[in-house]
Write a new protein. Sequence first.
Length: 356
Amino acid sequence: MTRPIEVVIHRSALHHNYQVIKQRAAGARALAVIKANAYGHGIEQVVAALPAADGFALLEMPAALRLRAMGVTQPILLLEGAFSPAELQLCAEHDLWLAIHEPQHLEWLTQTTLVRPVQVFVKLNTGMNRLGFAAEQASAVVAQLQQLPNVAGITLMTHFATADDPAVGVTAQWARFQQGTAGLGLPVSLANSAATFAYPQVHGDWVRPGIALYGSSPLADQSAKSLGLVAAMTLRAKIISTQQLQAGDSVGYGATFTADRPMRIGTVACGYADGYPRHAPTGTPVLVAGQRSRLLGRVSMDMLCVDLTAIDAAGIGSEVELWGQTLSIDEVAASAGTIGYELMCAVAPRVPMRVE
Ligand SMILES: Cc1ncc(COP(=O)(O)O)c(C=O)c1O
């Protein structure tokens, strides 16, 4: 028997979440964001689960080429654009759309003879201060692009820094975008998952949902369930040993948890080398044989320990859901001081993946 741990990807949840997003942004088309191996879900299976998606967005050229080789015909947008003139030529050859966010990109578009013109998304910096031309430069950049025979079409794009936080929202960034692009009459793409759910006024022509597709909540103050989203990933493992503790006995490296009464604990075949966060503290929720319990002590490389004291029926071979369709990844992430995005992306290649 192999080590009892697996990550299960739920195709029906991906399909369902995409439909929920489409209903929310009924007037827009939706680019499913599948960067970072589809947030750890496996790019091939996610794309296969969304045959009717309007398009995809990612930033790794090899993955984009793999999708074209699989026969994906929908638009594919490279969110960080080309990293060299040779990649720009690949975009033309394989009909990949690309973000333009640096003067260097304009130079490459001017100097390279492309086999066919490309669709570009002009990325405007409206306050995130990470990538993009200042919004005030939009007209000048667009005027330059409109002169270039290499450019087949232009969409204007920005990315929100605080759409997930109702206390801040998108107002300032959206105002800057509108001022900078007034009168240009071009299609726009602004909304990530949070903005798609919270701010219908910024849906524009193309929304770009990532995290919601995978069933984690994009909004700080609302659960995935309340938004109608279903987890697309379950990380589960089994108990491989049980131990009986007396008051005063400790658990794991650093002896950070000490029993104050007799307890029964289980050792689970999942550790930080599988992608479970090492910084998750004692008390982080886990689901043992369908019942909620808690992590005890430090997470090791290959194992972690859970409380079985109140779960008599649990023993060696019992199933433990670390996160998934019953135990929300957002709850585990909050306990570990991180976000669902990081947990999904961190599931290690050594964990066998099953698609159902
Ligand atoms: C430019 C861009 N658009 C859309 C997304 C999707 O964001 P989310 O996963 O929060 O929906 C990302 C992800 O970080 C991004 O970088």
